[in-house]
Design a protein around this ligand. Structure first.
Ligand code: GLV
Ligand code: GLV
Length: 322
């Protein structure tokens, strides 16, 4: 009988499929487990379903010395020391694809909300400060026909580009490798180096994973390259942007606005960020659609079931272990 640790309750009923066969421990609290709780709870477990907020490092893997699989309830897996897992022959799984559309939708939600100052307008309206229509009330920037710069053209970046077709945009992308010509054509995506993309885009949306190469990819110098009318969207990972530099850039109008779903020291915000009117802030909810989160749970459970029954999981981050 295998023992499985799930570090948060998950929406949908995927976990039922685990508990009919195995001994499943789910964190009963509506909060993340503390480090101490994790280190203790992982002992004697054969499988771990972790959240992106759990740091799954060598120490945790050694505390859970019997771990046969780690399934991260996220597409991003920068919270997991994959090398340490590979050294221990532990397969690491993630949840790609099923959250692509929800995440792309949300990047657009932030883009539109920032461009058209929706949050400021909502606050003003609720506060009874809407005293009548005005020609200059909450002027934003137009989206249609503008230039969109996509940094990281994986599944989510491409889904964001697809939505831009409906807005007749010019879409630039920067990626480690060029996309096939057919994809570039279909999605109207034009390859550019990062500098060109930053200089020419009206909206810059980040969709790269967090790696040593992408940490602070957008720093003060990159923000300086952007147009003073430009908007930066980050639904990737907080540390891709130097958040303190962004606070300064937004305050000094180096760029016009931003929409952020992720933060450098999540869930903490860098000083000054929350006081700025020209940034839309969201609590890491890009994939938080009911259907999406249920599909992510199904995917994590399927992969745990696969490994525990000796089969290759579908979404393997470190294929060399299997
Ligand atoms: C969310 O940020 C994810 O990586 O799934
Ligand atoms: C994640 O799914 C990505 O490839 O963008």
């Amino acid at each position: 009988m295998y023992n499985i640790l799930v570090t948060r309750k998950l929406p949908g009923n995927a976990l039922d499929r685990l508990s009919t066969q195995y001994n499943v421990t789910v964190n009963p609290e509506d909060r993340n487990m503390t480090r101490e709780e994790l280190l203790e709870a992982v002992q004697g477990k054969d499988a771990l379903i972790s959240m992106l907020s759990d740091q799954v490092d060598a120490e945790l893997m050694d505390a859970g010395a019997g771990l046969k699989v780690i399934a991260n309830y996220a597409v991003g897996f920068n919270n997991i020391d994959v090398q340490a897992a590979t050294e221990r022959k532990i397969p690491v799984c993630n949840t790609p694809d099923v959250l692509t559309n929800a995440s792309a939708d949300f990047a657009w939600t932030l883009l539109m909300a920032a461009a058209r100052r929706l949050i400021e307008g909502d606050a003003m309206t609720r506060a009874g400060q809407f005293t009548g229509w005005g020609p200059e009330l909450l002027l934003g920037v137009e989206v249609f026909g503008k230039t969109l710069g996509i940094v990281g053209a994986g599944r989510i970046g491409q889904a964001v580009a697809k939505r831009a077709l409906g807005f007749d945009m010019r879409t630039l992308y920067y990626n480690r490798s060029r996309l096939p010509h057919s994809v570039e054509q279909e999605l109207n995506m034009e390859y550019a180096d990062l500098e060109t993309l930053l200089k020419e885009s009206d909206f810059v949306s980040l969709h790269c994973p967090l790696t040593p190469e992408t940490r602070y990819l957008i720093d003060a110098e990159e923000l300086e390259l952007m147009k003073p009318t430009a908007i930066l969207i980050n639904t990737a990972r907080g540390p891709v942007v130097n958040e303190t530099a962004l606070v300064h850039a937004l305050r000094d109008k180096v760029i016009w606005g931003a929409g952020l779903d992720v933060f450098e020291d999540e869930p903490a915000l860098k000083p000054g960020l929350a006081e700025l009117p020209n940034v839309v802030l969201a609590p890491h909810i890009a994939s938080a659609a009911t259907e999406t989160r249920a599909k992510m749970a199904d995917m994590a459970v399927d992969d745990v079931l696969a490994v525990l029954s000796g089969r290759r999981p579908k979404n393997l981050v470190n294929p060399e272990v299997f």
